[in-house]
Design a protein around this ligand. Structure first.
Ligand SMILES: [Zn+2]
Length: 524
C-alpha cells in the first residue's frame, strides 16, 4: 500500500513556444506511438456552477517511445506538462489536434471526454476555431481495467468504475497520492509536488496500458491467427487490399491518413497569422512518424475507440442540480435567502496558502450528523473539543487545524473574529443533502475507494493492513466484542489508529457503501 512508484520521472514543463522544452515536446510527440493524456483545471465554486466550462490550466502528455527505440536506447517515457496558462494556445493547437486524430498515435485517458470538452472550450476561448472535436484511436483505462477483470474472472461481470488511484494500486502495486487532486491548478509557479502529481497521473496510464498489452499478448488470444503487417505490404494496391481483408482496415486507415495529411499540408492556412511553431519542420517530422508496430496495431484494432465531441457537448448543460438548488432556496424564508453567501475561497487547506491540499472541516454541534457522513465518504471532519464550545474556541480550533467551520448557527456567522473563508453556512436540513451540498460547494472529489475509509466514531484513519479474525479478536480484547458469527468467514478487519475501534466488511458495511454511492451520485 505504501510502496513508491518505481519508474523514475522525466518531467518537462513547457511554458513557451520558443523553448528547448517545446522542441523536445514536439519531437517526442512525433516519435511516440502511445501517449497518456490528462488535464487539470482550477476547482470551481458552486456559486457559478454551470455558466461556463472551467479553464484548463495544465495538460499532461506522457509519451511512450516507440518499442524499437526503447529497446535500443533504454529510453524512458517522458512526461510533458503543458502550461496552458502561459503558452499561447494557437501555438500548440494544431500539433495537439493532429496527434489527437493521428492513426499512428494511440491516446490513453481516464474518462477523458470531460477533459477534452473543457480543453476544447479553453482553446476556443483563445481563438482556436472549434477547439478539438475528436480523439482517435483512444483507449480508456477504465475500460482496460474492466477487460482485465473479466479475463481474470474468466466470465462476464458487471462493469465497475474504480478510481484511477485504485486501478493503479491494483495493477501496478503503488498508490497515487490523491492529496493534491483539488489543489489550485491555476496557481503559478506550480509546486514540485503538483508537478510530480500531475506527471504521475498521465504516466500511470502508459504503465497500466503496458500491463494490459503484456497480458493480452500472453493470453495469445489477440495475436493468434492474426495477420502480421509488414511494411512492404504498405505498398499494396487496392486489388490486393480487397483480397486480403485482414490487412484491409489497417492499411486503409494509414493510407487515408496519408492522403488527409497531404491535403492538409497543401491547403494549410494558419489561423490569425500566428505561427510560432516551426511549422515546416514539424510537418516534415510528422510525415516521418512510423505507423504503430504490429502488436500495438492489433490491440488498437480490437480495443480502440474514439471520442467525438458533438455540438451539444460543447455547451455547459443546464443541470438538474440547479433546479434542486433553486427549490431548496425557495423553501427558506426571504430574509434568510438574502443572507445566503456562497463559499469564497481560498480554503485554509489550499496549498497556495501553505495548506496540504486535503479538505478538512469542523462541524459545530448543530451539524454533528454531517461530520459522521463526511467521515463515511473519507473526508476529514472533526467535532468541537468540548460539548458546549464558545464561538471563540470553535474559531480558534478551525484556524489552528486549518479547517473550514461548517455551521447552521446564524450567531456564529456574524462573529467579529471570523474570516469569510473560515466558515460555511450549511443550508440543507437533512444529513444526506448537507453532505451533497458540502461536496458541491467545495468541489470535493469522492471516489468509491474513499467510502468507509475513516473511523466514523473519532475521525481517525485506519491501519495500513487489514487484520485477520484471530488478530482482530486479540486486538479487540477488553473493549469490543467480535461476534462469533463472523469467525471462519475469512473477513478483513480494519482498526482505527486513534480509538482502536474495529470495523469489518459485513452486510452493514455493504449497505452503507451502496447508500453513499447513491447519496454522492458516484454512479452518475
Ligand atoms: Zn476511531
Amino acid at each position: 500500500m505504501d510502496s513508491e512508484p518505481r519508474t523514475p520521472l522525466k518531467i518537462h514543463l513547457v511554458s513557451t513556444p520558443d523553448s528547448p522544452e517545446f522542441a523536445r515536446f514536439t519531437r517526442a510527440l512525433t516519435r511516440s506511438s502511445v501517449v497518456g493524456l490528462d488535464a487539470e483545471w482550477k476547482p470551481r465554486r458552486a456559486s457559478h456552477p454551470q455558466s461556463a466550462f472551467p479553464t484548463v490550466t495544465l495538460l499532461q502528455v506522457a509519451c511512450r517511445p516507440p518499442a524499437a527505440a526503447a529497446a535500443v536506447a533504454s529510453e524512458e517515457p517522458a512526461v510533458f506538462l503543458l502550461d496552458l496558462s502561459s503558452i499561447p494556445l494557437p501555438s500548440v493547437w494544431e500539433i495537439l489536434r493532429d496527434v489527437f486524430a493521428s492513426p499512428d498515435v494511440l491516446k490513453l485517458g481516464f474518462r477523458f471526454k470531460q477533459d477534452l470538452t473543457y480543453l476544447s472550450s479553453t482553446f476556443c476561448a483563445q481563438g482556436c476555431d472549434f477547439g478539438f472535436d475528436r480523439v482517435e484511436p483512444y483507449i480508456d483505462i477504465m475500460g482496460v481495467h474492466n477487460i482485465l477483470r473479466q479475463k481474470q474472472l474468466g466470465r462476464k461481470t458487471a462493469k465497475v468504475s474504480k478510481s484511477l488511484a485504485a486501478i493503479c494500486e491494483e495493477l501496478l502495486g503503488y498508490s497515487l497520492s490523491k492529496e493534491l487532486q483539488c489543489s489550485d491548478w491555476s496557481q503559478r509557479p506550480l509546486t514540485e509536488e503538483q508537478k510530480e502529481y500531475a506527471a504521475r497521473d498521465a504516466l500511470c496510464l502508459l504503465e497500466i496500458f503496458s500491463v494490459f498489452q503484456a497480458k493480452i499478448i500472453n493470453k495469445g488470444k489477440c495475436l493468434k491467427g492474426n495477420v502480421v503487417l509488414h511494411s512492404d505490404r504498405m505498398n499494396l494496391g487496392l486489388k490486393e487490399i480487397l483480397k486480403e481483408s485482414d490487412t484491409c482496415s489497417a492499411i486503409l486507415r494509414i493510407k487515408s491518413f496519408e492522403a488527409l495529411h497531404i491535403v492538409r499540408t497543401t491547403t494549410a492556412e494558419f489561423p490569425h497569422g500566428i505561427v510560432t511553431v516551426d511549422e515546416a519542420s514539424f510537418r516534415s517530422s510528422f510525415q516521418s512518424t512510423k505507423p504503430m508496430d504490429e502488436a500495438l496495431l492489433l490491440v488498437v484494432r480490437k480495443y480502440g475507440e474514439k471520442i467525438l465531441l458533438k455540438e451539444s457537448d460543447r455547451r455547459p448543460k443546464a443541470s438538474k442540480k440547479k433546479g434542486r438548488k433553486r427549490s431548496s432556496l425557495n423553501s427558506v424564508s426571504k430574509e434568510a435567502r438574502e443572507t445566503i453567501d456562497e463559499w469564497e475561497g481560498p480554503a485554509p487547506w489550499d496549498i497556495s496558502t501553505g495548506g496540504d491540499g486535503c479538505p478538512k472541516f469542523l462541524c459545530d454541534v448543530m451539524v454533528e450528523g454531517l461530520a459522521k457522513h463526511l467521515r463515511c465518504v473519507g473526508i476529514d471532519a472533526a467535532i468541537p473539543h468540548s460539548k458546549k464550545p464558545e464561538p471563540r474556541e470553535l474559531i480558534a480550533q478551525a484556524h489552528k487545524e486549518k479547517r473550514v467551520l461548517l455551521t447552521r448557527d446564524a450567531k456564529l456567522l456574524r462573529h467579529e473574529y471570523l474570516l469569510c473563508n473560515q466558515i460555511y453556512r450549511v443550508k440543507s436540513l437533512l444529513k444526506n443533502e448537507q453532505l451533497l451540498e458540502v461536496i458541491e460547494a467545495f468541489q470535493l472529489k469522492i471516489s468509491e475507494d474513499d467510502l468507509m475509509s475513516r473511523c466514523t466514531k473519532c475521525n481517525g484513519r485506519f491501519i495500513q493492513k487489514p487484520l485477520s479474525t484471530e488478530e482482530a479478536v486479540e486486538a479487540a480484547k477488553g473493549f469490543q466484542r467480535i461476534p462469533s458469527c463472523l469467525f471462519n468467514k475469512n473477513l478483513e478487519f480494519w482498526q482505527c489508529m486513534d480509538c482502536n475501534q474495529l470495523y469489518w466488511e459485513g452486510t452493514q458495511y455493504h449497505n452503507a457503501v451502496q447508500k453513499f454511492i447513491d447519496v454522492c451520485k458516484l454512479n452518475e
